[in-house]
Design a protein around this ligand. Sequence first.
Ligand SMILES: Cc1cc2nc3c(=O)[nH]c(=O)nc-3n(C[C@H](O)[C@H](O)[C@H](O)COP(=O)(O)OP(=O)(O)OC[C@H]3O[C@@H](n4cnc5c(N)ncnc54)[C@H](O)[C@@H]3O)c2cc1C
Length: 451
Amino acid sequence: MKKYDLLIVGAGAAGTIAAYFAAKKGFNVCLLDGKPKEKIGDKICGDGIGSQIFDNLGIPHPKKGEYLNIINGSKLYPPDSHYCITIKDRAQAGYIIDRLQFGQRLMLDAIDAGAELFDNTHALSPLYDKEQIIGVRIKSKILEEKELRANVIIDASGFHTPLRRKIDFPFLDKEISPTDYIVCYREILKLKNPVVVDQNYISIYMDNQRAPGGYIWYFPRNENEVNLGFGVSEKYKDRLIEYYQKYVYKPFIGKEICTKINGGSGLVSVCKPLFTGVANGILFVGDAAMQVNPITGGGLFSSMQAGYFAIQAYEKAEALGKYDALALWNYNLLSQKTIAAEFAPLDLLRVAIQKFPNDVLNFVLKKQLITSEEIIGITATGELPLPIGAIIGKVIRGLSNPSILMDLYYLRNQMQEIKAVYRRYPSSPAFLSNWVQNVRQIYTNVQKKFV
Ligand SMILES: Cc1cc2nc3c(=O)[nH]c(=O)nc-3n(C[C@H](O)[C@H](O)[C@H](O)COP(=O)(O)OP(=O)(O)OC[C@H]3O[C@@H](n4cnc5c(N)ncnc54)[C@H](O)[C@@H]3O)c2cc1C
């Protein structure tokens, strides 16, 4: 049986980028996906992606057709949506992509670079030699084999990862708590009249009544088409369509004549990433590692970045000729000190925001206790920057509700603290336990404060 250097499960954004960079470095790469080749890339999504990732990775930006619209920034609406905060910076600017065309391009780039794709092929479970994962069991419409082997497996199989829940490794979560993901529903709508508003901005509506635990999005594809959807806490999953009709479709589309191009639901994690994206012989990337921005639900950028990091780490392990967790640990150092150090503070912010009633959200944004510049800072870095001049202004603006300001300061300090802890991610699995205790302590503090 042929043995690969790398076996990548899932040809989504994370898997195709990993396959592309691995093949370009000359590694022997097998890329599996359960879908037929022509459907790879298709996914229920908001379809927004920041442009910076293409420069970071040094790969071409999407071509026309792969993208549908160019976005200059975002508009953030509090529950009282008569006003909004406009956020315009490099990290917010980007594209609304055609999910299938974009996904097909990433897949073809990986194949052109030399990756071997097996579509219609499902990974079922990991294959072990003692403690070390050495391959996967598969079910395939095109391969006779029941098993595939490689030095290292990359699990890029998305939110539902069938592999992770079958792997025992310290602090590797098998399941995701229902409070750590949201259920989403979205429709792509074609309107008869060109009435799509703010065509070059994505609009996000925060509202703990209409979209509890999540938010509503209105992402324009062109002057006639919009990707309209929302995400809510898991406990509302049975009322998803009812809520969509009432709180999303009706207020945003109302009686406008329109055709539904398609609609569907999906799950997205909104929490800190896995404590470890590494086990013996396997790396977890993208949604399989919960590398999604907890505030925006955006995971394309981070999935692609993580796919790239995985190959950097594999290269080091290859040089050592070892593929256990210690040899692959560099992936954790790369991804936890960047992606997770940004997302963990945002997760704390999410925990706090969820406890804020709508009138507090209105107050904070209307009184500019958090300004658009600060939101740019928060979303770009996971930090809530509060220089001394700004503090005085905020005290004056927040006088009628001083406890909110106190809460924001507490939160800001905890966000800074957790970021610093992630930046000190342990250099080996042996020190992971102590580090996890530190992270958990900060969560306990914030949960206690924002009960
Ligand atoms: C409704 C919704 C809206 C979103 N909106 C946005 C947005 O606007 N912007 C943004 O950046 N992010 C958004 N996200 C998140 C984003 O879609 C994901 O973070 C991103 O697609 C993750 O990429 P991935 O490669 O990790 O996983 P996926 O894209 O899910 O790819 C996983 C791949 O693995 C394959 N697979 C699964 N199981 C197996 C198996 N057992 N064997 C073989 N193959 C398998 C699947 O077929 C799939 O091709 C949204 C998510 C949802 C649900």
